[in-house]
Design a protein around this ligand. Structure first.
Ligand code: NAD
Length: 430
C-alpha cells in the first residue's frame, strides 16, 4: 500500500474549498471504500488538475466599464479532453466550478465517454446584461481561456443562462484566433455550424429514458404515473413533455417564480406556448393553482423530477417528500443529509451523474461528428443515446443490487473505478 503524506495546507483554506465542493468531495470519500482505489490514485483525484481564474473586462452599453471574475476548472484529463458547461450566474465561484467538474468526471466515466470533467463560468447577472454585452463577455472570456481550452484539451458546452448563441460566439472567437473554422471546440452550438440536431432536447429526453428504464426494472409502467417537475427550462421543460408523451401525467411544474398545479394534469402545450409567447413567469399563469417551489416539492406524486438547481432536497424537507421516486435532472439537487433520509425511507433516487448524462452523451456525439465531418439524423442520435444510457443504467442497477448500495453510491463507484483504472494503468506522471 502506498503511503500518502498530506501537504501542509492547514494555514489557509484551498481556493476551491466551498460547501458545494465539500459535498462533491464527501460523496467521493463515501464511495471510495467500495471503489477499492489505490491510495495514491485516490489522493490525486481529490484535487482538480487545473483551475484557472481570469477577469473579464466588458464595456457596457452605457459606455461604462465593468470587470467580471471568470473561472474554468478541469478535474481530470486521464480519459481524454475535459468537458463541461459554462454558466453565467452571480453565484459562480471557483468552488462551484470545482465541484461540478468533479461530478462531470464521474459522469463521463460512468457513461464510458473518453472525457474528463470540467466546468466554468462568469460571475455576473445575465438578466441585467443586453445581448451585445453578453456577446462581449463571451468573446473576452473565450480569449482569456484560449491557453487551456481546445478540441483535444477542454471542450465547453452550455449550462445555466448560456445557450447555443453563446456557443456560436465562443466557436467564432476561437476560430478567428486560429484562422480556420473549429466547430469541435464547443458542443451545444447551432446546427448551422455543426451542432447536433438532438442536443437541445438531449438532457431532458435522457432523464425520461432513465426513468422509463427504472420503471421497467421495478416492473411498473410509466404510463399513468403522476409526476411533479421542478424547473421548466431546457431540462425540465423537455422532460415534462416527454413524460406526457409516454402516458404519464404532469401535475405540477415550476420555475424561479413558483409552481403551477392541476390535480388532473397540466396542459403542457398550452403552458409552453403561454410562456414563450408572453415571456412571463409561471406565477402569472391563470389556468392553474399556485404553490411555492418549496410546497411543490412536497406534493404527493409517483415521480419527482428535479431540474432546476443544487441543494433542493435537504435534511429539512426530505422527511416530508411524498414522491415514490426522485429523478435528478439538475446537478447536485439532493444534499448528503437528504440522501440518507430518502434511503432510510426507501425512496429511490435516480442520481444526477446517470440521469442527466444525456446532455454530455449527445455532446460527445456532436464532437465526434464534427471531428469526422459526418452528421447523423435525429433517429440515429436518439437510438445511440438510449443504448448508452441503458448500458450505464444496467451496470449501476446490478451493482447497486449486488452490493446493497444506493443507486447514487453505485453510480459514483462505477464512475470512480473507470477513472482510477485508467490512472492506475497510465501511472501518475512523472
Ligand atoms: P435553464 O436555465 O434552461 O432552466 C432552469 C430552470 O430552473 C428555469 O425554469 C428556472 O426558472 C428554474 N429556476 C431557477 N432558479 C430557480 C429556483 N431558485 N427555484 C426553482 N426553479 C428555479 O437550465 P437547464 O439547462 O434546464 O439546467 C437545469 C439544471 O440541469 C442545472 O442544474 C444544470 O446544471 C443541469 N444540467 C443541464 C444540462 C443541459 O444540457 N442543459 C445537462 C446536465 C445538467
Amino acid at each position: 500500500m502506498t503511503e500518502i503524506e498530506h501537504a501542509s495546507l492547514e494555514q489557509a483554506p484551498l481556493e476551491w474549498d466551498t460547501q458545494l465542493f465539500r459535498t462533491a468531495l464527501a460523496q467521493y470519500e463515501q464511495a471510495l471504500p467500495d471503489a477499492e482505489v489505490e491510495d495514491a490514485v485516490a489522493e490525486r483525484l481529490r484535487f482538480p488538475e487545473r483551475a484557472m481564474i481570469a477577469s473579464v473586462p466588458v464595456r457596457l452599453d452605457s459606455g461604462k466599464w465593468t470587470v467580471f471574475p471568470a473561472y474554468r476548472v478541469q478535474h481530470s484529463s486521464v480519459l481524454g479532453p475535459t468537458k463541461g458547461g459554462i454558466r453565467y450566474d452571480p453565484h459562480v465561484s471557483l468552488g462551484e466550478c470545482a465541484a461540478l467538474a468533479m461530478w462531470m468526471t464521474w459522469k463521463c466515466a460512468l457513461l464510458r465517454l473518453p472525457y474528463g470533467g470540467a466546468k466554468g463560468g462568469v460571475r455576473c447577472n445575465p438578466r441585467e446584461l443586453s445581448t451585445d454585452e453578453l456577446q462581449r463577455v463571451t468573446r473576452r472570456y473565450t480569449s482569456e481561456m484560449m491557453p487551456v481550452i481546445g478540441p483535444q484539451e477542454d471542450i465547453p458546452a452550455p449550462d445555466m443562462a448560456t445557450d447555443e448563441q453563446t456557443m456560436a460566439w465562443m466557436m467564432d472567437t476561437y476560430s478567428m484566433q486560429k484562422g480556420y473554422a473549429v466547430p469541435e471546440i464547443v458542443t451545444g452550438k447551432p446546427i448551422s455550424i455543426g451542432g447536433s440536431v438532438f442536443r437541445s432536447e438531449a438532457t431532458g429526453a435522457g432523464v425520461v429514458m432513465v426513468i422509463e428504464r427504472a420503471c421497467e426494472r421495478l416492473d411498473t409502467p410509466l404510463a399513468g404515473k403522476d409526476c411533479v417537475v421542478q424547473g421548466f427550462g431546457k431540462v425540465g421543460g423537455t422532460a415534462a413533455l416527454d413524460l406526457v408523451a409516454r402516458g404519464a401525467r404532469v401535475l405540477a411544474v415550476s420555475d424561479v417564480s413558483g409552481a403551477v398545479y392541476r390535480p388532473d394534469g397540466l396542459d403542457l402545450d398550452a403552458l409552453g406556448t403561454w410562456v414563450s409567447t408572453h415571456r412571463h413567469h409561471l406565477n402569472e399563469y391563470s389556468e392553474a393553482e399556485h404553490f411555492s417551489n418549496e410546497e411543490m416539492l412536497e406534493l404527493p406524486c409517483d415521480i419527482l423530477v428535479l431540474a432546476a438547481l443544487e441543494e433542493q432536497l435537504t435534511a429539512h424537507n426530505a422527511p416530508r417528500i411524498q414522491a415514490g421516486m426522485v429523478a435528478e435532472g439538475a446537478n447536485g439537487p439532493t444534499t448528503l443529509e437528504a440522501d440518507e433520509v430518502l434511503a432510510e425511507r426507501g425512496i429511490p433516487v435516480l442520481p444526477d451523474i446517470l440521469t442527466n448524462a444525456g446532455g454530455v452523451t449527445v455532446s460527445y456525439f456532436e464532437w465526434v461528428q464534427d471531428l469526422g465531418r459526418i452528421f447523423w439524423n435525429r433517429g440515429e442520435i436518439r437510438n445511440r443515446l438510449r443504448e448508452k444510457l441503458a448500458d450505464a443504467f444496467d451496470r449501476v442497477w446490478s451493482f447497486s443490487e449486488n452490493r446493497s448500495l444506493t443507486l447514487r453510491r453505485a453510480a459514483l463507484v462505477s464512475g470512480i473505478r473507470e477513472v482510477a483504472a485508467a490512472l492506475g494503468a497510465r501511472g501518475i506522471y512523472p
